[in-house]
Design a protein around this ligand. Structure first.
Ligand SMILES: N[C@@H](CCC(=O)N[C@@H](CS)C(=O)NCC(=O)O)C(=O)O
Length: 212
């Protein structure tokens, strides 16, 4: 399998997943500044021109959440995704979609407003308010569980934890102790692509919580 992406973008999600699975793969680093995402060969893999893209013997697949589910199903014995058709799988996918549609969206808008000037301050204010609402159920659930589904670490945790590593998430995280602890705990896993986070001050900042 080949995984295309770069940096600390959403390709961290499938990279982390592949490492959790112990699945043989080649990580292909693209040069976004050089226009790799616009190259015809890349558009043939993903017409949206975005990373990550996974290519296996069947062909390309994009959308980070879809890649995680695909990989989890491909390696069922590893238990990173519950078996299709079971209630735990329903709950797992419920979290995946909640993360992608409710949590990621305001965070992404906030990132674009703060770091790229997309929209005025009112866009940032609205995104922050939406984010508080979206984070509340996660903060409550993680008061009682180590991971979203309980004791077991799953692909949904990769989706959520990666979002929590974004710079723009750090200010809200300071008010969300359970999510903050969870981010430290999950990114302390040996399979987390820590090599991509050199110099990122908030990763590994709360050493005491990593032992929980
Ligand atoms: N919903 C998609 C979003 C993919 C996405 O927006 N990727 C960004 C990087 S994190 C990208 O490729 N942006 C285009 C660019 O950098 O030009 C997913 O989760 O895979």
């Amino acid at each position: 399998m080949k995984l295309y992406g770069s940096g600390r973008s959403r390709w961290v999600r499938p990279l982390w997943m592949l490492r959790e699975l112990g699945a043989p793969h080649e990580a292909v680093v693209l040069d976004r500044a050089a226009g790799d995402l616009d190259a015809p060969w890349f558009r043939a893999l993903n017409p949206t021109g975005k990373i990550p893209v996974l290519v296996d013997e069947h062909g390309p697949i994009y959308e980070s959440g879809a890649i995680l589910l695909y990989l989890g199903d491909k390696y069922p014995d590893r238990g990173l995704v519950p078996v299709a058709g079971t209630y735990p799988r329903g709950l797992h996918d419920q979290w995946m979609f909640t993360i992608a549609t409710e949590f990621e969206q305001p965070l992404w808008r906030l990132h674009k407003q703060v770091n790229k000037g997309v929209g005025g301050p009112e866009v940032g204010l609205a995104a922050r308010a939406e984010l508080d609402v979206a984070a509340a159920p996660f903060e409550r659930v993680l008061a009682q569980r180590r991971h979203l589904l309980g004791d077991t670490f799953t692909a949904a945790d990769i989706m959520l934890a990666h979002l929590l590593t974004w710079e723009v998430a750090q200010e809200p995280l300071a008010r969300l102790p359970n999510l903050s602890d969870y981010m430290q705990r999950t990114t302390a896993r040996p399979s987390f692509p820590r090599d991509l986070y050199q110099g990122v001050a908030w990763i590994g900042a709360l050493n005491s919580s990593q032992t929980r």
